[in-house]
Design a protein around this ligand. Structure first.
Ligand SMILES: Nc1ncnc2c1ncn2[C@@H]1O[C@H](COP(=O)(O)OP(=O)(O)OP(=O)(O)O)[C@@H](O)[C@H]1O
Length: 552
């Protein structure tokens, strides 16, 4: 069995009761249906022999079996879907945890729309596995065995046609399994790519409109849609071939069994029962063939979900947690880092200190490694060498780093909801009005901001992000170009407020404006991942002027 399918089958283990109920309902339904067919055939045989007594015990048994089969089918539909959605809910939780674990540092090289496809449509595809496959495969095997044993008890010869042909029916999906896998992989990949492009298109609609690129984007989506249609067509053509071959084999098996029954069974009254039992193996075989037809798609969806869910965390979980000082300094100690093993060193032994109550500005040309320092301080990655200490404790030994370090990022993300909800993101009991006041934003906290904060200006979004960070009361504050979206007046006023807020914090500022940098107590100049110089503004003013002149 494919390892991903085996892994998913294992996921059912947590819902044993629901699985056993599904299995019991399916088995009961199948056996009751077989029993009803045999009883009906036996009654037909008696009628052939001239015994017409419709309401005797056998008639009652037939009626009861039909009722049991019907109720079991209804029960199975209910419990099988219950099982499927229990497992799917669990998988969705695991996918969510995995996405949280591997982002924001990286997305396993996958696009966000691709991850949405894994979280939504791949998992939805697996519903077929849990609701219609696992229990049904076990039941089909049981019913096939029971029917064959009963037929052999009448005459072993009865199995000489149906059993080999049942094996041929099962061989069809096995014979086509490579094509099934290929089609499944292509189908899931095409679905994911289209989803990723649609998500990208919706998110970038403003740019597409501004740059008059709607036509070319439509062409791209049409191309991706055609790819998906081709994948569906290839999958459907193979599925159709499988179904046609299965039907042909079943028809040959039924005709052969009929011929055999006529030859082997001498008493006409026994012929219907013999026929039903001899053909009894064909029904389960056809059912298994039908289930295996979906194997390629299921396997591809299972592979994609498993890759995501079993992806290792970017950084190991905190260990030997230690108490962090309430008024912490932040220390970068000879930090070395590269993003990929064979990539260049991005930080080559960076050391600096942010004392509590002080503001340190990190400056440098584009690509010098400023944002990388922020990512390491937020523990999106761990340094390859050296360490970062907050309040005297290395980051990997801090149980909940976000309680100590907060950030106003370069690309602010606001969630659909009110300003207040966005400010309370990291601190549900926060003083929203106070945080908004410090962030210089005089708006109603109940004002809705729309998805990604579309109803706000860039400056307002930045100030909501500042309020959100301040609301957490974390003692280390990182401002990654937080005021870049503001006009000089507003920038000056917000910087003043932030200076006041910085008195009770250790603050790291990344800024490209001299006016912001001038406010800092200490400046660290990064060049190609190294600290080229550090000191107060007056000491570095010449180098800073050169840097900013070169950048402008
Ligand atoms: N996720 C990533 N994977 C691989 N390389 C990256 C990644 N992020 C940044 N880099 C590389 O690391 C180097 C430092 O990038 P960083 O974003 O830290 O620079 P920066 O000083 O903040 O630049 P800017 O002022 O333009 O924002 C750059 O060469 C960049 O291409």
């Amino acid at each position: 069995m494919n390892p991903s399918i085996r892994w998913l089958a294992g996921a059912v283990g947590a819902h044993r009761r629901a699985f056993v109920s599904t299995l019991a309902a399916n088995l009961l339904g199948q056996l009751a249906a077989l029993g009803a067919a045999v009883t009906g055939a036996w009654l037909a045989g008696r009628a052939i022999a001239g015994h017409i007594a419709p309401l005797d015990l056998a008639g009652a048994l037939l009626g009861s079996l039909v009722v049991v089969a019907t109720l079991a089918a209804w029960w199975e539909t209910y419990v099988a879907h219950d099982l499927a959605y229990l497992v799917l809910a669990r998988l969705r939780g695991q996918v969510y945890d995995a996405v949280a674990r591997i982002t924001p540092a990286r997305l396993l090289g996958r696009r966000s729309g691709d991850l949405s496809a894994a979280a939504l449509s791949d998992i939805e595809t697996l519903e077929w596995l849990f609701a219609h496959t696992l229990a049904q495969l076990i039941t089909a095997g049981t019913v096939l065995t029971a029917g064959s044993v009963a037929a052999a008890m009448i005459d072993p010869l009865l199995l000489t046609v149906s059993l080999p042909l049942a094996a041929c029916v099962l061989a069809v999906p096995l014979w086509l399994r490579k094509a099934s896998r290929r089609h499944g992989d292509e189908l899931r990949a095409a679905t994911a790519e289209l989803t990723a492009d649609v998500v990208d298109t919706v998110q970038g609609m403003r740019e597409l409109t501004a740059f008059r690129a709607l036509e070319s984007r439509r062409d791209l989506l049409a191309r991706k849609t055609r790819r998906l249609a081709r994948a569906h067509a290839a999958n459907a053509a193979r599925g159709g071939l499988e179904a046609a071959l299965t039907d042909l084999l079943l028809a040959v098996a039924a005709a052969g069994t009929l011929l055999l029954v006529v030859t082997v069974i001498r008493t006409p009254a026994d012929a219907p029962v013999a026929m039903v039992l001899a053909a009894g193996s064909l029904g389960p075989a056809a059912q298994v063939a039908l289930l295996l037809k979906e194997y390629g798609t299921l396997r591809a969806a299972a592979d994609r979900v498993r890759t995501l869910v079993t992806a290792p965390a970017n950084v190991p979980p905190p260990r030997d947690a230690r108490e962090v000082a309430t008024q912490p300094d932040v220390i970068f100690e000879d930090v070395r880092f590269r993003y990929t093993q064979d990539g260049p060193d991005v930080l080559c032994g960076v050391s600096f200190r942010i004392p509590y109550g002080r503001t340190v500005a990190l400056v440098g040309a584009s690509g010098a490694g400023k944002s990388t320092c922020v990512s390491l301080l937020l523990r999106h990655w761990d340094p390859d060498d050296g360490r970062i200490l907050v309040g005297g404790v290395p980051l990997p030994n801090i149980a909940e780093p976000h309680r100590h370090v907060t950030v106003v990022p370069q690309d602010v993300h606001l969630f659909a909801g009110t300003i207040g909800q966005n400010v309370r993101l990291g601190a549900p009991d926060a003083d929203v009005a106070g945080a908004l006041r410090t962030a210089q934003l005089t708006v109603d906290p109940e004002l809705p901001v729309g998805e990604r904060g579309v109803t706000l200006s860039g400056g307002q979004r930045a100030r909501v992000a500042v309020a959100r960070a301040l609301a957490t009361r974390a003692p280390v504050l990182v401002l990654d170009e937080a005021v870049a979206n503001l006009d000089p007046d507003n920038e000056a006023r917000l910087t003043e407020e932030l200076q006041r807020a910085a008195a009770g914090r250790a603050t790291l500022v990344i800024a490209h404006r001299l006016s912001t940098i001038r406010q800092a107590d200490h400046i660290v100049l990064l060049e190609e991942g190294r600290v080229a110089a550090e000191g107060p503004y007056d000491q570095l003013s010449e180098r800073l002027s050169q840097l900013f002149a070169a950048q402008s």
